[in-house]
Design a protein around this ligand. Sequence first.
Ligand code: PMP
Length: 392
Amino acid sequence: MINDAYAWIEKALTTIHKVDWYRSVQTVESQAGATIIIEGKSLINFASNDYLGLTGDQRLINAAIAATQEFGTGVTGSRLLTGHRQLHRDLELAIAAFKQTEDALVFSSGYLANIGTIAALVGQRDLILSDEHNHSSLKNGAKMSGAKVLDYQHNNLEQLRKLLEQNRLPYRKALIITDSVFSMDGDLCPLLDLLDLAEEFSCMLLVDEAHGTGVFGKTGAGCVEYFNCTGEPLIQMGTLSKALGSLGGYVAGSAELIDFLRNRAPSWIYTTGLSPADTAAALEAIKIVQIEPQRREQLWQNVKTLETLFKEKQEQFNLPISHTLSPIFCVPIKGAATVLTIGNQLKEEGIFAAAIRPPTVNTSRIRISLMATHTSIQLQKLVEILAEVIPV
Ligand code: PMP
C-alpha cells in the first residue's frame, strides 16, 4: 500500500538538511562528568548542565539504588490515581524549605512543570507577557494555555511596561514569564524590576530557575535568593536535572498555589510520577548543595578563571566572547554551517561543546557550560583550542 500523506516528511527533512538545521544525537560511552568518552575518545565536557558535578556523586548513586531496591523502578501511574511514596513528599518539602516557600510540587520534568503550570494559571481570557529569549518550555506552555501571548524584547523593561499599559486592562488575569538565567546566553533577568511591574499591573510572575538553582544565591537556592527576593509573591519553577544531577521539575510557591496545581495542572495530573531513583537522587542533591557550598564556590572560581583566560586571549586573537555573570559562556559564530564545523574541530581536539544554531536561537554560537569539577588546566586547554579553531 502507498499512502502519499507521509511524503512531506522526506521533503521536510531535505529542507532541514539544506539549511544546516539537521540535528543528530551523539552516544556518550561513559558517566556524565567533566570528561566524557565519545567514539572511544576522551573529551573535556563543556556541554553539560551538571554545574556542581553531582550526577556521578556516589551519595546520589547510593540513594537512587536504595530507593529502587525499596520501591522498584517505577511508580506505575499518576500520583493522584496510584499514590506516591513518602520520598516524593519529602522531596517537595525539601524543595520548599530550600526555596523558603510554603510548599512545592514535583513534576516528571522541568518542561512538564512549565507547560502544566502555565496552562493551569491562565486561559483564553488571560494575558501572558513573555521574554523573547525564554526557554521553549515557557514559550510552548504559553502557546498551549490559549491565553493571548505578547513577547517583549529580551529584558526590555520599557517595552514590557508599554505592553502592559496598552494591553493589561481588558484581560482578567495576567502572567509575566521569564528565565532567571537565560539558557542560551547565560545572562540574568532584571528580577526586582519585573517584581515591581508585576505588582503595579497586578500580574503573576513565573520565574524559571532551571539554570539558577544550585548555582546562584548564598545557599544555592537560585537567582531569587541572589536578588534578595526570597518571600516575594513569585512562582518559582526549576528542574532537578541540572545542578541537582537527577531528573524532574518542580514549582515552589504558596501552599494555595501548590494545592491548586495538584488539582489543575494537566502535565502533573495525567502523567506518571517521578521514579523512586530520580526522587531519592534529587533529595540527596538538595542536601549536598546546602552542606557543601565549596562546590558552588569552585564553580564560581572556574567562571572567574575562564573570564580571565578569555580576556588574555581576546587581546591576542580578538575572540568575540560575550558573557554576563553565569557559568554559561557564548562564543558567537556567523552561520549554522560554520558553527557545526567548529563544533567538530573542537571535538577532534578533545573538547565537547554545544554548537547551537537556529531554530534553537536566532544566531549561531558555541555554548560553553562550566562545572565545579573542571580543572584550570582543562579551562586553559579550552581557550587555547578555541583560539586555534575560531576564524579571526
Ligand atoms: N527551563 C529551562 C530554562 C531549561 O534550560 C530547561 C532544560 N533545558 C527546562 C526548563 C526544562 O527542564 P527539563 O530538562 O527538566 O525538562
